[in-house]
Design a protein around this ligand. Structure first.
Ligand code: NAP
Length: 248
């Protein structure tokens, strides 16, 4: 069964990792997919072709989610090209990890702008088309780190906790217009990035997780598919932890 037939989705930061997995799963489920990237131009072009092979409309945009005007321009371009926006996945994110003692103002600002301001930028821009059609699903990528904190990631944790407060407020503001807003909080997700880490360390992380494994990109994408589809029509203002039981 295709769960997103006829819907148009925007996925930010889809050139690699989790965003790429979400874009592919959404296309498999019949969604038309507009996606963004920042520096991975070639990977973005490859993904556009990969998605189009599912017989849906797909287009990649080089667009900085942290830039307010660029986000507005992006949504206008997507509405002009695709007709509407039904689903927004605010996935783009970065880390600049270090202890607070060593953290520069730039490391703080970069993370807050790319992870939190981006969510404001894109959500504000999709508000118009979603209000007009009186429906929409907004999915914001938080993290378990935003729920419980993490040493060496105070900037990242603050941005991801901020996303949760924003998500819940938007759910309250826009619920009467049938616009839903939810957050997904992944735990330890194994990607190309974690494949290059010391495998002993990675194994110790796996051992500390109740389900005894790291999550996959598909584990997170499946949660987003649920929240994007009408299967979650009565779910709004929630944080869905996808963490193998790390948070209870
Ligand atoms: P990733 O592999 O580093 O990919 C990040 C994506 O975001 C890339 O496509 C990148 O584009 C894009 N991006 C970064 N800054 C951007 C900006 N300003 N504007 C537009 N696009 C931008 O990351 P990931 O591991 O898949 O993580 C995806 C999301 O899940 C992030 O929000 C992350 O915080 C969250 N998360 C991840 C984990 C995990 O274990 N991996 C756990 C919890 C939460 P370019 O390639 O063009 O730079």
């Amino acid at each position: 069964m295709k769960l997103l037939e006829g819907k148009t989705a925007i996925v930010t930061g889809a050139s690699r990792g989790i965003g790429r997995g979400i874009a592919i799963l959404f296309a498999k489920h019949g969604a038309n997919v507009a996606f963004t990237y920042l520096s991975s131009i070639e990977k973005g072009q490859e993904l556009e072709q990969e998605l189009a092979a599912f017989g849906i409309k797909a287009k990649g945009y080089r667009s900085d989610a942290a830039d307010f005007k660029a986000a507005d321009d992006l949504v206008n371009a997507v509405v002009a090209e695709f007709g509407t926006v039904d689903v927004l996945v605010n996935n783009a994110g970065i880390t600049r990890d270090t202890l607070l003692m060593r953290m520069s103002e730039q490391q703080w600002d970069e993370v807050i702008n790319a992870n939190l301001k981006s969510v404001f930028n894109l959500t504000k821009a999709v508000q118009r088309p979603m209000l007009k059609q009186r429906k929409g699903s907004i999915i914001n990528m938080s993290s378990v780190v935003g729920v419980k904190g993490n040493a060496g990631q105070s900037n990242y944790a603050a941005s991801k906790a901020g996303i949760i407060g924003f998500t819940k407020s938007v759910a309250l503001e826009l619920g009467s217009r049938n616009i839903r807003s939810n957050a997904v909080a992944p735990g330890f997700i194994e990607t190309e990035m974690t494949a290059v880490l010391d495998q002993k360390v990675v194994q110790s992380w796996r051992d500390a997780i109740p389900l005894k494994r790291g999550g996959t990109v598909d584990d997170v994408a499946n949660a987003c598919l649920f929240l994007a589809s009408d299967m979650s029509a009565y779910v709004s203002g929630q944080v869905l932890n996808v963490c193998g039981g790390m948070l209870t």
